[in-house]
Structure formats: structure tokens, C-alpha cells
Write a protein that binds this ligand. Structure first.
Ligand code: ADP
Ligand code: ZN
Length: 603
């Protein structure tokens, strides 16, 4: 069987995603490789196809037991003899896997690094070993975001085995981590397959947080019945948002490290099994969440860094289907991060690092520039965006408009001089009043009615002025005090800008709803494209949930959202026809065909 035939037979997919075929060919021809693909890029297919189309064994090293179990279940659903070895299995399960390993019927064996190091399986493994795949390979690097010491022992173990090709896989884009992976694994000359980090199925929006609850509800309502995550900065914020969303009738639950462990694991289980729609969480919610059909991720505040944002928002749309990532932010978020960081550790080197990270994420959030482009830029990749935009971010969809560069500079100078003229010691409300020429008690008290900047922006709205101030904070021209009062002051970059050095980007004031909305190609444009037959889709989703409950598996392992949509479009009336539908394959079709077809033909 060729790799392409295996892809169709086992998964029901017609074509490879970028770099999958190259990785598979490398593995089958005995070459080591490093595969860097974003989440949803299809990394598992890279090592599962070699397992499906050879009679040897593929060993996969993977760091998390929960993810491992899902992968094993998924491979078995696709009709590949797969198993895992880890401490959470009972004796019978272990015996079964060991038996399949001994008798040569096992094609895919998942191991934790700890288990690999134990070495008791080494002899049996080497009998038929064809490929070693190392998933989440960045765990081997100190530079990565998730270093695991056990990963450091992998190279020694592999050196003691017979030589087979190694495939290291990661979604981490930095060249430093990539080099470190190759060095730590001691791969002499691996083929490097580095894909674009861009995830075209995600629609990114970064919006000023005017009315957080309403803004969240708008996103949630775009995805009826679908799963999503809301990230908030603190435990208190998590609980408040969860309560408010529940009061609005949203099926939401809070999750943070301060909650009881049983409650937390129930929340994870319910979310995974699609019994719970929305989780409102701190970033403690994330590792081990393998629900691949998360359709939206909302940030109620600015994340710590672009890297964090990429990781957290990246939990949306892991199945490659359209999904939405919305970042709601305000200038105050910077002060909150500084305050939290100071409580944790105020080592000046770390604080400087944090400031750099905040500056980068601030620019992402506040500059009215294509979000996909900004994200790729940050990771040193150039994204080829069509002249009429990416079609999948608030800027390219023209929901957020930008001021012309010279106008932005002029506006920024006015705002900055108001902060400076009032002595770098007032908050945005006061500065806004000065600029709009509001002559109230406070203004009189400080004599600010006499300033040259008083009434300089008479026609501007308070909301817009505050937005611009936030954008100046985010782009580093203003600093908010993180003490008792959030007062504003010019930064060095702010003074420089007043003298004409540096650049600034500001959004244009027209309220979004008055702007005409463009419809674009780009599946991700607004929300998930409605399935061809919405009622059939709902019934299929219910069936999937029932089958999943019976099998004790997460629903997305039984069938993907794309697979359900394909059924709605093609309406297959036989098991053979179902097997040819996107995302099904022969085994799944044989197993569930009768029930799926019954729904298709039902009146
Ligand atoms: P990653 O591990 O890189 O995040 P996965 O291996 O989980 O990605 O794949 C993401 C989704 O894309 C899965 O639902 C998978 O079945 C699907 N997929 C993988 N390869 C293809 C392909 N060639 N065509 C269509 N879908 C694919
Ligand atoms: Zn864009």
C-alpha cells in the first residue's frame, strides 16, 4: 500500500497536508527528520501512515498520558493496531499490548519517556522496529516552553538500540529550539521540514474591551451548541465571568487551580465529552485538553506574551476546521501583569524579559495590522497575504480600520502632550476630559482649563480617546502606574514620538457596525460555514455523542466535525459510500455505517 492509499483507506482523506508526504517518505526511506508543523497541521498522520503501510513497528514517545490514550483510540478507530504502555493501565490492558508486541501484530506503540527509560520492552520492540517518532519534541529543550528532564534520556536509549530513522515533531517555531532538538537527539543530518506557523483556519480578532460580557456573548452566540474556552487573568475574574455567563443562560463553568481537584477533573471530562459548552478558566486549563473541535477561544484580558497567546488561542480548531480566536484587551492589563510579576519574582532580568514580551503582545493587540501577518512576523516568518487581505482577521475583514499613518502620528502627539502637560500624573479619564474640553470640578481644581491642550480634540468621543490611550500604552508610548492609581506617564518612546522619531498605529473611530462588512473567501471569514443540512448535522452530533459515551471515548475520536459535515453534503447511502467520505475510512464506516446511514435515509 502506498502512503496515499493508506491515507484514504484508514482516514478517508484524499490529499496530504503540506510536508506530511515528505516526512512519511523520509521515514520510509530511512532518513531522520525534524517536522515542525502548527497545531492542526496533521503531525500524527506523519508517523501513523508509516505504521499503516509497513509491517514493522512504529514507537511514539509522547509526554502526556491523556493525549496518548486519545491517540491510541484514534488510531484504533482508523483500523491500525495500536497500544500504549504507561502506569495508568490495568494488568489486563498491559498484557494485551505486550502480547501484540511479542506476536508482531502491533503497528503503533506509544510510550512515555519514563517507560522508555525502564528498558524492559527494548528487546521486544527492536525485533520489528521501523521508526521512532518523538512527539512534542520541544520538551527536550531548555529553551522550549515545556522542558521535561525525562526527554533528555531518549538519545541514550536510542543509541543503545539498532539504528532506525527518528522523526522528531513539534509545533514550536523558534530556530533555537529546533537546533536544540536536533543536537539533543544527536541526529547527524536530519531532513528539516519546517511548515508555516500560520493557521489559516483560525479567524483572529483583537478588540478593545469595551463591554466584555456583551463581547463574549456575541462570540458564543456565533457558535451555538459548540465548545469554547474563555481565558481570564485571575481566579476572581474567572469566577465572575463564569457567573455572569451562566446568568445569561450560557452552559459555562469556572476552572482554576484554586478549585477542588475532583471538580476540576470533572470539568475537563465534561468538556471533552461535549457535556459542557464553555469553560471559563485561567491558563491552568490547557495542558491535556485534547478536544479537537474547540470552535472558539476568547481572552478576556491580554495574555503574557505572543508565545502564550499562540499556544492558548491555538487550542481552537485543532481539527483544522474554521474556528475563532478573540482577544479582548485594555491598557490596564499591562499594569496587572506587572503587578502579578512583581509578586512572583522581581528579579530585574526577568522583569526586563517580561517588558519585552508585553511590548510584543501589546503591539499585536493594538496595531490595526493583519493579525495573521503580525503573528507570523513575530516568529520570524513571512506570510504571503493576498492584496485584499487574509480574509480571517478583524483588520482584513474591515471590522477594525486604521488611521492613515500621518493622522495617527498627529493624533498620538495630541494625546501624549495632554499627558505631559498635565504632569504625567493623571489617569485616562482625566486626560480625556482635558482633550475634550470638559470643564468640571476636577479640571477647575487643577487649573487644567488653562492648558493649551484643553479642548484640543473637542469632537472626539470619550470611548475613542480611551481606546487610543490604550493603544499608546500597548505600543509602549505611555506607561500606566501599577500602584494605587492607574496614572499615565510618557515613556522614552513617547517623548521620542513627540519629536517625530518612531512610529505609531491607531485605529479609526467609526463604530464597526456602520462599516460595510466585506464577505471574503477564506472559509474562516465569520464563523464556521453552516453544514449543508443543519438538522442532519445535529442528529449526527447526537449520535456521535451516544457512540462516544458507549465506547468511553471522546466524541471527536469517533468522528471529526469535518467528517459529519461531509456526510451532510454527500448523504452516503451505503457503507462503501461512507468509507469514501472525508474523514471516515473503511474501519470507521464498517463500525458505525449502519447507524449513520439510518440517519441519512430517515425522513
Ligand atoms: P497536530 O498533531 O499537528 O496538531 P493532528 O495530527 O491532530 O494535528 O491533526 C489535526 C486534524 O487534521 C485531525 O483531525 C486529523 O485527522 C486531520 N488531518 C490530518 N492530516 C490530514 C489530511 N491530509 N487531510 C485532512 N485532514 C487531515
Ligand atoms: Zn488579516
Amino acid at each position: 500500500m502506498t502512503p496515499r492509499e493508506a491515507l484514504k483507506k484508514h482516514w478517508g482523506y484524499d490529499a496530504f497536508h503540506p510536508l506530511q508526504e515528505e516526512a512519511i517518505t523520509a521515514a520510509l526511506s530511512g532518513r531522520d527528520c525534524l517536522v515542525v508543523l502548527p497545531t492542526g497541521g496533521g503531525k500524527s498522520v506523519c508517523f501513523q501512515v508509516p505504521a499503516a503501510c509497513s509491517d514493522g513497528l512504529v514507537v511514539v514517545i509522547s509526554p502526556l498520558i491523556a493525549l496518548m490514550d486519545d491517540q491510541v483510540a484514534g488510531a484504533r478507530e482508523a483500523g491500525i493496531s495500536a497500544g500504549a504502555m504507561h502506569q495508568n493501565l490495568d494488568a489486563a490492558q498491559k498484557r494485551e499490548v505486550r502480547q501484540a508486541l511479542e506476536d508482531g501484530s502491533l503497528r503503533l506503540l506509544y510510550l512515555s519517556p519514563e517507560r522508555l527509560v525502564l528498558g524492559d520492552l527494548s528487546v521486544a520492540i527492536q525485533k520489528r522496529l521501523r521508526l521512532v517518532a518523538i512527539d512534542e519534541a520541544h520538551c527536550i529543550s531548555h529553551w522550549g516552553h515545556d522542558f521535561r528532564p525525562e526527554y533528555r534520556q531518549i538519545a541514550d536509549i536510542l543509541a543503545s538500540w539498532k539504528r532506525v530513522p527518528v522523526m522528531a515533531l513539534t509545533a514550536t517555531a523558534t530556530p533555537q529550539v529546533q537546533d536544540d532538538i536536533v543536537a539533543q537527539l544527536r541526529l547527524p543530518d536530519p531532513l528539516r521540514l519546517v511548515g508555516s506557523i500560520d493557521r489559516p483556519n483560525l479567524t483572529f480578532r483583537a478588540l478593545p474591551r469595551d463591554q466584555p460580557l456583551e463581547q463574549m456573548l456575541a462570540v458564543i452566540q456565533r457558535h451555538p451548541g459548540e465548545g469554547g474556552i474563555v481565558y481570564a487573568q485571575t481566579r476572581k475574574a474567572v469566577e465572575q465571568f463564569a457567573d455572569k455567563l451562566k446568568a445569561k443562560g450560557v452552559d459555562a463553568r469556572a476552572y482554576h487551580a484554586g478549585l477542588d481537584a475532583t471538580l476540576r477533573s470533572r470539568t475537563v471530562a465534561d468538556f471533552t465529552a461535549e457535556r459542557l459548552q464553555v469553560v471559563v478558566a485561567t491558563v491552568a486549563f490547557g495542558m491535556g485538553i485534547d478536544r479537537s473541535n474547540v470552535r472558539f477561544v476568547i481572552h478576556a484580558a491580554l495574555p503574557r506574551s505572543v508565545e502564550h497567546y499562540q499556544q492558548e488561542s491555538g487550542r481552537a480548531g485543532r481539527d483544522g476546521e474554521p474556528a475563532e480566536c478573540v482577544l479582548l484587551w485594555g491598557g490596564q492589563d499591562f499594569a496587572t501583569w506587572r503587578f502579578l510579576a512583581r509578586q512572583e519574582n522581581s528579579d530585574p532580568v526577568r522583569m526586563r524579559g517580561m517588558e519585552r514580551q508585553l511590548a510584543a503582545i501589546g503591539r499585536y493587540a493594538s496595531a490595526p495590522i493583519c493579525r495573521h501577518t503580525l503573528l507570523s512576523d513575530h516568529f520570524g516568518q513571512e506570510l504571503a497575504v493576498p492584496a485584499d487581505g487574509c480574509g480571517a482577521c478583524d483588520v482584513c475583514l474591515e471590522e477594525t480600520a486604521a488611521l492613515p499613518v500621518d493622522e495617527a502620528l498627529l493624533t498620538a502627539k495630541k494625546l501624549l502632550s495632554a499627558v505631559w502637560r498635565t504632569g504625567n500624573r493623571f489617569g485616562s479619564g482625566h486626560v480625556s476630559k482635558v482633550l475634550r474640553g470638559v470643564d468640571d470640578e476636577q479640571i477647575k481644581r487643577w487649573g487644567h482649563g488653562q492648558l493649551s491642550v484643553f479642548g484640543l480634540m473637542k469632537d472626539a468621543h470619550d470611548t475613542q480617546l480611551r481606546r487610543w490611550i490604550d493603544q499608546l500604552i500597548a505600543q509602549g508610548h505611555l506607561v500606566v502606574d501599577d500602584g494605587e492609581y492607574p496614572t499615565l506617564a510618557l515613556s522614552e518612546a513617547g517623548y521620542a514620538l513627540c519629536k517625530g522619531a518612531g512610529e505609531v498605529r491607531l485605529d479609526a473611530p467609526a463604530p464597526p457596525r456602520e462599516r460595510k462588512r466585506k464577505t471574503k473567501r477564506g472559509a474562516a471569514a465569520v464563523a464556521v460555514a453552516a453544514p449543508a443540512d443543519a438538522s442532519l448535522f445535529e442528529r449526527l452530533r447526537t449520535l456521535r455523542k451516544q457512540l462516544a459515551e458507549k465506547a468511553g471515548l471522546p466524541p471527536y475520536v469517533i468522528a471529526t466535525d469535518a467528517g459529519l459535515r461531509a456526510v451532510c453534503e454527500l448523504k452516503p447511502k451505503s457503507v462503501e459510500a461512507l468509507a469514501l467520505c472525508h474523514g471516515w475510512g473503511e474501519k470507521r464506516a464498517a463500525r458505525y455505517g449502519a447507524q449513520v446511514i439510518a440517519l441519512v435515509v430517515a425522513p
